[in-house]
Design a protein around this ligand. Structure first.
Ligand code: BES
Ligand code: MN
Ligand code: ZN
Length: 506
């Protein structure tokens, strides 16, 4: 897919298709009006006939419109004029791409970036935000995961590929250079999102801890990062008894993957991203029920979001110091696996009573979070598909956000709003901490059913006292179930936006 920024009149474009917006009750967007004028009111006539109502996301493909130079004109419904929200703008963009997916329109010009987005702050009114969002939305909609399918299926898909070239039109009065910069930024985020999606979608017999480490190492060549992979022996020396406890039930060797993107000032304290990398979560001896257990291949989506974010910031050459720490292993039942009742000693020295081996994410994260101290971080953010309880609390729309510093939480919330990849602030009050009391160790690894995502965060908070820390529970946002089953690449957009903001401030 090739993107470019253009300016010009809609009726003059000689593409396979031009995309223009129309509102409900037949109101035309600026570029639709321009075609309408040069076609003696043809668009208005079509709308009057009632073939299209301008409802958000509705589309109508017109062929050989007299007065327009393009072969086709695609009308895209924008809903009521004056009510197009940020999410609705994305929806309209996605509808436009999907409408052309089975047509011969490959070289396309879109005029949707000209529309006014309402309820948005000024930042989102400017062309740059709309351009970046369009690139991200289009790539999101066009994403396919078929590396595991047979040859025939792939050939069928290639024959009906829809758009291959998209010109994004901005008004002549818009700042062309900032639109071009926004295109680049959008492409970088998309690359990170696609990478994260691929890793999430790969089957667990392919995407093992070793595979994740290889993917990180492969980024060294293309993106100039440094990557270090710690093996079991080294982790033993560091005292990571909690992480290694989870890993001991698996035939796959655990890996601790450390990535360094050091493009900020030498003395600038880094942001550390820690991603949960359970490449398959059976629950261990506290075995999960069978239904939908395949979805536990997504339990490494925190790790995938860290790798995806590194890809994005590398492509942007983001001038910031960022470190990634990924504890990766499987959670399997085995003769050698940890049992409920086992007590593990974490790298921090705190002992942990394992009351449920299915609460394994926190057990691998706590050692990675202690390891993060050595980087003297300005902030540490962990990203994890940590609890089913978070899905119950927030559904699939918002990631759960927990933090020991309100300012950091606000920064992350704002980044999520900007990137349309939202999080919601959850409490981390001390009242919840006693739920983790253990009769036999310093802390238990579960805190009962009440507030399950909060007590999971409370567990992590015992290991993050030495720095500013936030935790994103992405159990509800990292993938979709059902017919559209697949990884979403979230929260790469949020994290990238957060880091961009930090780089701009530095
Ligand atoms: N990976 C799961 C969390 C999860 C469950 C994500 C369902 C998405 C959908 C995690 O390791 C887990 O099993 N958590 C347990 C914790 C419980 C034993 C305290 C859970 O949420 O049930
Ligand atoms: Mn689990
Ligand atoms: Zn898990």
């Amino acid at each position: 897919m090739e993107f470019s920024i253009k300016s010009g009149k809609s009726e003059k474009q000689r593409n396979d298709c031009v995309i223009v917006g129309v509102y409900e009750s037949g109101k035309l967007s600026h570029s639709a009006k321009s075609i309408d004028d040069s076609s003696e009111g043809f668009l208005a006539k079509v709308l009057k006939r009632g073939d299209m109502d301008g409802k958000l996301g509705s589309t109508l493909l017109l062929q050989a419109v007299v007065g327009a130079n393009a072969e086709r004109v695609l009308l895209v419904g924008l809903g009521k004029q004056g009510e197009l929200s940020e999410k609705s703008y994305r929806k309209a963009v996605i509808a436009s791409v999907n409408a052309l997916s089975k047509t011969g329109a490959n070289d396309v010009a879109s005029f949707l970036a000209e529309v006014d987005v309402l309820n948005a702050d000024d930042k989102k009114q400017v062309a740059a935000w709309k351009v970046a969002q369009m690139v991200e939305a289009v790539n999101d909609a066009l994403y396919r995961f078929d590396v595991m399918k047979g040859k025939k299926d792939k050939a069928d898909k290639a024959a009906t590929q829809g758009i291959t070239k998209l010109e994004i039109h901005v008004a002549e009065t818009d700042d062309n250079q900032s639109a071009k910069d926004a295109l680049k930024q959008g492409l970088a985020v998309s690359a990170g999102v696609s990478f994260a999606k691929d890793l999430g979608n790969l089957p667990p017999n392919v995407c093992t801890p070793t595979y994740l480490a290889e993917q990180a190492l492969a980024m060294v060549k293309t993106h100039g990062l440094t990557v270090q992979v710690l093996e079991r022996e080294e982790m033993k020396k560091l005292g990571m008894g909690s992480f290694l406890g989870v890993a001991q039930g698996s035939a796959q060797p655990p890996k601790l993957i450390v990535l360094q993107h050091l493009q900020g000032k030498k003395d600038q304290k880094p942001v550390v991203l820690v991603g949960k990398g359970i490449t398959f979560d059976t629950g261990g001896i506290s075995l999960k029920p069978g239904a939908e257990m395949d979805e536990m291949k997504y339990d490494m989506c925190g790790a995938a979001s860290v790798l995806g974010t590194f890809k994005a910031i590398a492509e942007m050459d983001l001038p910031l110091n960022v470190i990634g720490v990924i504890p990766a292993c499987e959670n399997m039942p085995d003769a050698d696996a940890i049992r409920p009742g086992d007590v593990l000693t974490s790298m921090s020295g705190q002992t942990i009573e394992v009351l449920n081996t299915d609460a394994e994410g926190r057990l691998i994260l706590c050692d990675a979070l202690t390891y993060a101290e050595k980087f003297e971080p300005s902030a540490v953010i962990d990203i994890a598909t940590l609890t089913g309880a978070c899905v119950i609390a927030l559904g699939h729309h918002a990631s759960g956000l927990f933090s020991n510093q309100d300012r950091l939480a606000k920064e992350l919330l704002a980044a999520g709003e900007d990137a349309l990849d939202r999080a919601w602030h959850m409490p981390l009050w001390e009242e919840y901490q006693p739920q983790l009391d253990s009769n036999f160790a310093d802390i238990a690894n579960i805190g009962g059913r009440a507030g399950g995502s909060i007590t999971a965060a409370c567990f992590l908070s015992r290991f993050t006292k030495k720095y500013h820390w936030a935790h994103l529970d992405i159990a509800g946002t990292a993938w979709k179930s059902g017919k559209e089953k697949g990884s979403t690449g979230r929260p790469v957009p949020l994290l990238t936006q957060f880091l961009k903001h930090r780089a701009a401030k530095a």
